[in-house]
Design a binder for this molecule. Structure first.
Ligand SMILES: [Zn+2]
Length: 181
């Protein structure tokens, strides 16, 4: 491609247009626990439920099994796991399987906690594994609607557990329905 000389010269006027207005410093705080045993009994049970769901995951392609359990305000626990597909994008993550099931079965009931754990058939996962970006977006929709934060607990197969006290902390610059109005 041919560029005329005057199109690649940066003039002083152009520089003015790129003067930085300000920098936004966004920080989040996550709580880290040494193991699931150091968490309250109810959260231990929720993570145990997530492990059970994880081990039923349908993950023949990635061999990366994910389980997710959601505790609702009515005391019900809803499980999800990843459901893969030969047409890869047609599958769905554990977190969205669980939250969509919760939304479909108990609409309007608030979500209190979600526990997530993973297991790979190829290697031991010790690093706490957060939900992917799409799942954060999906979870954020419910948190915004219920107007109370959802605690997100995530871990690998064993080891440390990380807690985010809100989905918003995992998704700075959240996109929600307010932008559509
Ligand atoms: Zn996901």
């Amino acid at each position: 491609m041919y560029f005329k000389q005057d199109s690649i010269n940066v003039s002083s006027n152009n520089l003015k247009e790129h003067v930085l207005l300000k920098k936004l410093d966004i920080s989040i705080t996550l709580d880290v626990f040494d193991s699931v045993q150091t968490l309250p009994d109810t959260i231990q049970e929720l993570m145990q439920s997530a492990k059970q769901a994880r081990d039923r995951a349908y993950a023949p392609y990635s061999s990366f099994m994910v389980g997710s359990s959601i505790e609702l305000a009515n005391g019900v626990i809803v499980q999800g796991n990843n459901q893969e597909n030969a047409a890869y994008p047609s599958g769905l993550c554990a977190e969205r399987v669980a939250v969509f099931y919760a939304g479909a079965t108990y609409p309007g009931v608030a979500i209190k906690n979600i526990a997530i754990t993973v297991r790979s058939l190829h290697h031991k996962v010790l690093i706490p594994t957060p939900p992917c970006g799409s799942c954060r977006q999906a979870l954020a929709e419910y948190e915004v609607n219920q107007d109370q934060p959802i605690n997100v607990y995530f871990m690998g197969e064993t080891g440390q557990v990380v807690r985010s006290n809100s989905v918003k902390d995992l998704l700075p610059l959240i996109f929600d329905s307010s932008f559509l109005k």
